[in-house]
Design a protein around this ligand. Structure first.
Ligand code: UD1
Ligand code: CA
Length: 450
């Protein structure tokens, strides 16, 4: 059965006390709505509709960066969750299959739970995701009878007996798309909030001769974000689950609680991550790589058997081939480092390609920026870049080249050549001793005078 996702993301989230729309606040370096999107992606949806309202242009731009094919629907006035879903109708006019409604501010619903919901569609027309709440507070209550979900009652509209129910509505709903929109057509706003409640579709379904059931999940999956405190808590929960997942997948974390992941961090089996490592967005680490303590990585790829750090920074576009070594106080940006190549100390490599088996000496800098343009540095295989070499880009050094330490390389170096680009050394015999004597007597004189 083809699936479509409808992600509700129109709310302002006034309790965040922010200029930013709520769903753009981040957990694991990804906007909140991207988490729901990632879980839903496991169902290989044919179509995804994001319903935006507050800060719609910003949310749309962020969504396009994650998925170019996403359809954005506008809800200009926030008249309730049913009204929000109705905005997806045009986008799904030609879609035939199940629609799954998710909230953009509820990041932890798992793919496995969503799969259980779509499976439950085999026996019921409407499937709602519920959870046993430790503190049911202001959630909508699920009124069930056996496997029948009779209706959902919003807290504001519930009597004392209904408020005593602890099975609560997560907001996630699955139904055939045409059925869903037909049910929504029948939803009114005669309730305590004057809103069009999506939750009303359950009672309407039974009236129309359709059936509804509830699927339950752990309360942790349904955590919605409304405040900065909840956002911080969600970040902690996210990190804890990513750490557990990494350990489960055969990654060694020596101090798991000090390693920070992004939503899309991928780490291969038998990689070792030492303490205090931060993975920004878009990092992939292959198996048997070692990321040493206090390193910061984003937008980069580290191949098998490479080591990074301690105290290294890999920025977007850094790509290490197998068994590369990047050491302490090294920064790499938009550069490919060849197989077995070593960049071990105090170095900046930006906009560059360094071949296999090359050694980059301490203090080497690619001077990639002239104040206006960025330029590329290319170094071939098995080269030896002497310590403190400035590689003034654009510049190309061939295979098997060598630079003398302290060189400022401004022109290309052909394969096999040694480049020396620094002032020649001059030794003045006896001059150091004479200089010391002169300085010492000057010091004595000045002390007598004072
Ligand atoms: C909703 C449910 C409630 C459930 C709770 C779980 C309804 C009527 N109530 O209540 O049963 O227990 O979620 O958290 O559905 N949104 C829009 N446009 C709107 C209204 C909402 O896009 O016009 C989005 C919000 O941005 C949010 C989500 O829908 O992501 C839920 O809306 P919210 O107002 O938080 O619903 P609750 O009152 O919490
Ligand atoms: Ca809410």
């Amino acid at each position: 059965m083809p699936t479509a996702l409808i992600i509700l993301a129109a709310g302002q989230g006034s309790r965040m006390n922010s200029d930013l729309p709520k769903v753009l606040h981040e957990v694991g370096n990804a906007p909140l709505f991207a988490h729901a999107l990632a879980a839903g992606s496991a169902l290989s949806p044919e179509k995804t509709v994001l319903v935006v309202g507050h800060g719609g242009d910003l949310v749309e731009a962020a969504a396009r960066k994650i998925d170019e094919t996403i359809t954005v629907a506008r809800q200009t006035e926030q008249l309730g969750t049913a009204h929000a879903v109705a905005q997806a109708r045009d986008a799904l006019a030609d879609f035939d299959g199940d629609a799954l409604v998710l909230y953009g501010d509820t990041p932890f619903v798992s793919a496995e739970t969503l799969e259980r919901m779509t499976s439950a569609r085999a026996t019921h027309d409407v499937v709602v995701l519920g959870f046993e709440a430790a503190d049911p507070a202001r959630y909508g209550r699920l009124v069930v009878n056996g496997d029948r979900l009779e209706r959902i009652v919003e807290f504001k509209d519930a009597d004392a007996a209904t408020r005593a129910i602890t099975l609560c509505n997560s907001g996630v709903v699955c139904a055939d798309a045409a059925t869903l929109f037909a049910l929504i057509d029948a939803v009114g706003n005669d309730n305590a909030s004057g809103e069009y409640y999506l939750t009303d579709i359950v009672e309407i379904a039974w009236k129309m001769g359709k059936t509804a059931t509830a699927v339950s999940c752990d309360e942790a999956e349904t955590l919605g974000i409304n405040t900065r405190t909840e956002l911080a808590r969600a970040e902690g929960l996210f990190q804890a689950s990513k750490r557990a997942e990494a350990l489960e997948n055969g990654v060694t974390l020596t101090a798991p609680e000090t390693v920070f992941f992004s939503l899309d961090t991928y780490i291969g089996r038998d990689a070792v991550i030492e303490p205090n490592v931060v993975f920004g967005p878009n990092v992939t680490i292959e198996s048997n790589a070692r990321i040493r303590a206090f390193s910061h990585l984003e937008g980069c790829h580290v191949s098998m058997g490479s080591t990074v750090g301690p105290f290294a920074r890999l920025r977007p576009g850094a790509e290490l081939s197998n068994n590369a070594h990047v050491g302490n106080f090294v920064e790499i940006k938009n550069a490919k480092i060849g197989e077995g190549t070593k960049v071990n100390h105090l170095t900046y490599i930006g906009d560059a390609e360094i071949g296999d088996g090359t050694n980059v000496g301490a203090g080497t800098i690619t001077c990639n920026y002239d104040g206006v343009f960025k330029h590329k540095t290319t170094v071939g295989k098995n080269a030896f870049i002497g310590s403190n070499t400035m590689l003034v880009a654009p510049v190309t050094l061939g295979d098997d080249t060598m630079t003398a330490s302290g060189s400022v390389i401004t022109t290309d170096v052909e394969a096999g050549a040694l480049a020396i680009a620094r002032a020649r050394q001059v030794n003045k015999a006896g001059l150091a001793v004479r200089m010391f004597e002169k300085l010492k007597s000057a010091k004595k004189k000045s002390q007598k005078g004072s």
